[in-house]
Design a protein around this ligand. Structure first.
Ligand SMILES: [Zn+2]
Length: 380
């Protein structure tokens, strides 16, 4: 078992490796290299010992030899096998969705995921290559995983006689569940926000196991959030934002006239990203309304991050809301617009009332959670 670096044989990935090594995607390239090499070496050793154990009884020596001589490809020498496999799985789902929805514009992007700690992702063209590159901060995926877990714990659930898990959407129950904080849901979310927004390392969040009853919910929320990240960048590609002559506006009817070109592009990528993510969840047999709530949860999580960052920086205006930048509209506006646009999509419009009800419930949960986090922080 050996790692193959695509940058050694593929000129596009060579360009990517140069882009990374000159610090263009983040300044800690040297450290990424050391971490990736250490992590990958350990990962390969673990895989080898597991396979040796698994095959020792039944397989012949030559089969093990074949397995050990096989290669696992990663884009560049900066890539972690684990992180690349996470983003590859998401990318495959989004690509399949693009084919089903006939959104694929025939360009196959190169992609990678590196621990920048900036919560950033981008779709761009690099000098020396005609390919489109989708680049992600790998911490974002870790954050989404941990957020879906901590956020799920904020929702009250009950198990009926048939062992079926029931999620309550009663606001009074939600409120007392969060305020009581019996399962430490508020502490879990706050710890994660702190590790992601302040320390830039979500992986430092205190480890815990979620109760088994929550696992199905955690999984769908995690998938929705992570697919939305990849879907958004893929949305830039499908909209032709990197390729002037392919440009077309998909949600003109839903947006205001005086938006900047840059903001319009972000809304378009959001809308296509949400469609792609929903299609991927639908292909996995997920419920449409819950899937949409999961996709939208990514924006709610980013709103909480913006509030938490501003709070810790002492920018204590009334609600600690973010300000829009030239490059991006606020996450609040983006969430609002996606919900508005998605409800008009053929096939989804029949779920519009249910989407509104569950969306409102999720929003209330975020706000109640934020109130408790503020209380907790200001009492310290
Ligand atoms: Zn974007």
């Amino acid at each position: 078992m050996k790692i193959e670096y695509l940058s050694e044989s593929n000129p596009d990935y060579k360009c990517l490796e140069e882009y990374i090594s000159n610090g263009s995607f983040g300044s800690a390239a040297e450290q990424w290299l050391i971490d990736a090499q250490t992590e990958n070496k350990l990962g390969i050793e673990n895989l080898k010992s597991q396979s040796a154990e698994l095959f020792s009884q039944e397989e012949t020596g030559s089969e093990i030899e074949h397995l050990f001589s096989s290669k696992i490809a990663v884009p560049t020498k900066y890539d972690s096998l684990l992180q690349y496999s996470i983003v590859s799985a998401l990318m495959n789902k989004i690509k399949s969705s693009a084919e089903i929805l006939a959104l694929n514009n025939q360009q196959v992007p190169c992609f990678t995921s590196l621990p920048t700690g900036e919560g950033n992702a981008s779709a761009l063209k690099l000098p020396g290559s005609s390919k489109v590159f989708l680049l992600f901060d790998s911490h974002l995926f870790t954050f989404c995983h941990l957020f879906s877990k901590a956020f799920s714990l904020c929702l009250p659930i009950s198990v009926n006689e048939d062992d079926n898990v029931k999620y309550s959407v009663e606001l009074a129950k939600l409120k007392s569940h969060i305020e009581n904080n019996n399962n430490q849901c508020v502490d879990r979310v706050q710890d994660l926000l702190h590790c992601f927004c302040v320390n830039k390392r979500p992986v430092e969040t205190k480890a815990y196991q979620a109760p088994e009853d929550y696992l199905p919910l955690i999984n769908v929320l995690k998938d929705g959030m992570q697919l939305m990240i990849v879907g958004h960048e893929f949305g830039h590609l499908c909209s032709g934002h990197l390729d002037k002559e392919l440009q077309f506006a998909v949600i003109n009817s839903a947006i205001e006239d005086d938006l900047s070109d840059q903001h319009t592009k972000e809304y378009e990528a959001d809308f296509l990203g949400a469609l792609l993510a929903l299609q991927a969840l639908n292909s996995d047999g997920r419920d449409v309304v819950l899937s949409y709530t999961a996709v939208e949860l990514f924006y709610s999580a980013m709103i909480l991050c913006a509030r938490y960052s501003r709070y810790t920086l002492g920018k204590k205006n009334k609600h600690f809301e973010e300000a829009e930048s030239a490059a991006h509209p606020t996450f609040i506006n983006r969430k609002h617009l996606i919900r508005h646009a998605i409800k008009n999509v053929e096939g989804i419009e029949k779920y519009r009332d249910a989407i509104d009800i569950l969306g409102e419930f999720s929003d209330q949960c975020v706000d109640m959670l934020w109130m408790e986090i503020i209380k907790k922080c200001s009492s310290k």
